[in-house]
Design a protein around this ligand. Structure first.
Ligand code: FES
Length: 163
């Protein structure tokens, strides 16, 4: 039997978010199977997932907020704090480290005047650490928005920042 939430009036979620989460739920018997997708939907519309939104999604999926929080924390592409328009996921795993990623990351942080995890003052960028992006043969590597940047150098950083 396919699940569909019968109550569209869930406080804290927009009608569009509810509609999109319901569409995901229609593929599964168990509502909790869409917990990551539901968080991604909220994040797509709001840029990040606040505590209030997390509680609303948990209620919608009949889950305990703490259970959903555990999932959100484990999945590092769900942002639990406001982030910049573009998130730079900077690989901090061993091959990139061996290939000089730290020096380039410092350059990147300096150019944006932020520390790892912070949002730039203009709200354009946030740099977050991430484990191996699976392109070790092109280390150092970062994901800038949806774009994988390979063989990073300080010049390449300047180029993609355009500043
Ligand atoms: S260690 Fe950085 S991409 Fe694999």
């Amino acid at each position: 039997m396919k699940m569909q939430n019968k109550n569209p009036r869930i406080e804290g979620l927009s009608p569009t978010e509810i509609q999109e989460i319901n569409a995901e739920m229609s593929h599964y018997e168990d509502k909790t199977a869409v917990s990551i997708e539901a968080l991604k939907i909220v994040q797509k519309h709001r840029g990040w997932v606040s505590d209030d939104c997390l509680v609303a999604v948990a209620g919608f999926l009949d889950m305990a907020p703490a259970q959903l929080e555990g999932i959100a924390t484990f999945y590092n592409l769900i942002y639990r704090r406001p982030v910049g328009k573009t998130v730079i996921h900077y690989c901090n795993s061993v091959t990139c480290w061996m290939m000089g990623s730290e020096q380039i990351r410092e350059h990147l942080c300096r150019r944006l005047n932020v520390a790892l995890g912070e949002m730039s003052e203009d709200g354009e960028y946030t740099i977050l650490p991430i484990v191996c992006l699976g392109a070790c043969d092109h280390a150092p590597v970062a994901m800038v928005g949806d774009e994988l940047k390979l063989d990073l150098t300080e010049n390449a950083v300047n180029e993609f920042l355009g500043r």
